[in-house]
Design a protein around this ligand. Structure first.
Ligand SMILES: Cc1cc2nc3c(=O)[nH]c(=O)nc-3n(C[C@H](O)[C@H](O)[C@H](O)COP(=O)(O)O)c2cc1C
Length: 231
């Protein structure tokens, strides 16, 4: 397939000669942009707000990297449903492939790939389950159809056919009074939130000639440091 695509020559140059970028920002990302304790939330919130305002698709989508008990890495996209100084939150199946990896190895990375903005933000840290009350509050805000699907899905397990999947979802819907029923769907025992508590956050801003800007903030245990990295 890829032999018909000229992959080696596919590239997009970032920024103009004067070093402004698609982010519309003239100044370079600088270590002085990271202030506060911890230093990352203010700039992260600003960039997230700018990604939302730019109407890029799914601005809260982030690529989650985990490592399983055998040391095998895996990544997949999840939606960020909370971000503050305590960390970034997502919701998923606790028995899924990622859930099993996190049970064995409660560390992860997440990357927000805001490519249309010529930006990315990369987090690394420890992962904890959120409080059940936080899971319940988010669960209750989800559309009923998504609740029923999450209840029915043994996420990451094989299933024979699409028809089997639809039948499993229909059985769960029937149990709770139908797709349009009024019976609340309880939080499935196998579903809930995780919070990645960052120990490092890196901001990346694309610039002309691949001379990009990278600023890394890290929790050293005695405080947060902020450093510029080479591209
Ligand atoms: C844009 C996007 C957002 C997604 N958001 C979530 C999410 O918030 N939670 C989730 O469990 N899966 C989400 N998924 C599906 C996951 O990428 C993944 O297929 C699923 O969680 C199973 O992953 P696992 O087998 O590695 O555990 C999303 C997929 C896409 C493309």
């Amino acid at each position: 397939m890829s032999e018909h695509l000229d992959l080696p020559s596919m590239r997009v140059g970032y920024g103009a000669a004067d070093s402004t970028g698609a982010d519309g920002v003239v100044e370079h990302l600088d270590t002085t942009w990271l202030t506060g304790d911890p230093p990352w939330p203010a700039l992260f919130q600003r960039w997230l707000g700018e990604a939302v305002a730019a109407q890029i698709p799914e601005p809260n989508a982030m690529v989650l990297g985990t490592v399983d008990a055998d040391g095998r890495p895996a990544t997949r996209t999840v939606l960020c449903k909370g971000a503050d100084a305590d960390g970034v939150v997502f919701f998923t199946g606790y028995d899924s492939r990622k859930g099993r990896a996190l049970a064995a190895n409660p560390v992860a990375s997440v990357t927000f790939p805001w490519i249309a903005m010529e930006r990315q933000v990369h987090f690394r840290g420890r992962v904890v389950k959120v409080d059940p009350a936080e899971t319940l509050a988010y669960w209750q805000a989800r559309p009923r159809g998504s609740q029923l699907s999450a209840y029915a899905s043994q996420q990451s397990e094989p299933i024979g056919s699409r028809a089997d999947l639809v039948a499993a979802a229909a059985a769960v819907a029937a149990e709770f009074g139908g797709v349009d029923g009024q019976t609340p769907v309880p939080v499935p025992p196998h579903w809930g939130g995780y919070r990645l508590e960052p120990v490092s956050v890196e901001f990346w801003q694309g610039r002309a000639d691949r001379l990009h800007n990278r600023v890394l903030t890290e929790d050293t245990g005695t405080g947060w440091t902020v450093q510029r990295l080479q591209p």
